[in-house]
Design a protein around this ligand. Structure first.
Ligand code: NAD
Length: 306
């Protein structure tokens, strides 16, 4: 059994060492393709592998076609929109993610971005505090829930919207569940986005929602670029000089946003939500364990193309 780790942006060395010991202890072979610069390198490397671990690497139909023995792909991380699920499913290939493994890293970044914006991006002048402000969480999954708990610990009033999460989860965290997206945005001084990019959510956050937010509100995006209606955000920021937008995933029109709105907008230079040593190691090791478990017991708990 051959497991390939294909990472344009490699895992930390400790993660690779951990993956190697899990794979080799199971009696499998580990192959590494790191920092590849051309997709032909990936097409060659997948030719004889049974399992593939990737990060944000693109596993297209072409890659899947080239991987004749492939039975499982694990995306070490949460979002799996970099994997062509339809192509994998057609071949009966199992695709998994490693939910929850990098959530704390992303949640800490979301809180950091709020404070950064509250303090005028650490430039001289009078900022504000996040304590006492209302924090709205849009989607109460792994990351959303951690942001909610951290917000509460910092003295924020936390409200959330997620139609797929049971009332008991919100109650356990002491978070108020609101009944609609409209109510969430209209009540939130800080709105932290944690929805996945789906057909329903793509381009869904834009002008109307931003315009409904309270005076001085900040939209914080550590989810996905695709969920934003970029033109709508630009229009709302133009019409409302009190609004702020901060993101871990630069918008297509980020240069224009930066130029027009200065300190009211900020994008991290490169997506860095999950870029901590801890998250890196957790997600890599989880991916290796899930592969071994899949081959040994048929466990498909984290399969996303069922
Ligand atoms: P998750 O699957 O644990 O949670 C997603 C939540 O969204 C679920 O609770 C689900 O019920 C909810 N949801 C789905 N559709 C919805 C809708 N239409 N309206 C409201 N809620 C909806 O995912 P997660 O691990 O919490 O990740 C959340 C987001 O963060 C994803 O977009 C993921 O891609 C992104 N992410 C970003 C980084 C980064 O580096 N910035 C890293 C990890 C994850």
């Amino acid at each position: 059994m051959k497991v390939l780790v294909a990472t344009e942006k490699p895992f930390a060395k400790r993660a690779v060492d951990g993956i190697r010991s899990i794979v080799e202890e199971a009696g499998y072979e580990l192959a590494l393709l790191e920092k590849y610069t051309d997709k032909t390198q990936l097409l060659e490397a997948v030719a004889d592998v049974d399992a593939l671990i990737v990060r944000s690497d693109k596993v297209t139909r072409e890659v899947i076609d080239a991987a004749r023995n492939l039975r499982i792909v694990v995306r070490a991380g949460a979002g799996y929109d970099n994997v062509d699920l339809a192509a994998a499913t057609e071949r009966g290939i199992v695709v998994m993610n490693t939910p929850g493994q990098n959530s704390n890293a992303v949640a800490e970044l979301a809180i950091a971005l709020m404070i950064f914006m509250a303090r005028n991006r650490f430039t001289p002048g009078t900022g504000s505090e996040i304590q006492g402000k209302t924090l709205g969480i849009h989607a109460y999954g792994h990351v959303g829930r951690l942001v909610g708990r951290k917000g509460k610990a910092l003295g924020m009033e936390v409200i959330a919207y997620d139609p797929f999460v049971g009332e008991e989860v919100f109650a356990a965290d002491g978070v108020k569940r609101v009944g609609s997206i409209a109510e969430l945005y209209a009540s939130s001084d800080y709105l932290s986005l944690h929805i996945p990019a789906t057909a329903e959510t793509k381009g869904s956050i834009g002008y109307d929602l931003l315009m409904s937010m309270p005076k001085g509100a900040t939209l914080v995006n550590t989810a996905r670029k695709e969920v934003i209606d970029e033109e709508g955000v630009l229009r709302a920021l133009t019409e409302r000089e009190d609004l702020k937008y901060v993101t871990d995933i630069a918008a297509g029109n980020q240069a224009e946003l930066d130029e027009k709105f200065g300190k009211r907008v900020f994008a991290t230079p490169k997506k860095m939500g999950a870029e901590t040593a801890e998250a890196n190691i957790n997600a890599g090791l989880a991916a290796a364990r899930q592969i071994v478990d899949f081959f040994r017991t048929g466990n498909t708990r984290f399969q996303v193309n069922k």
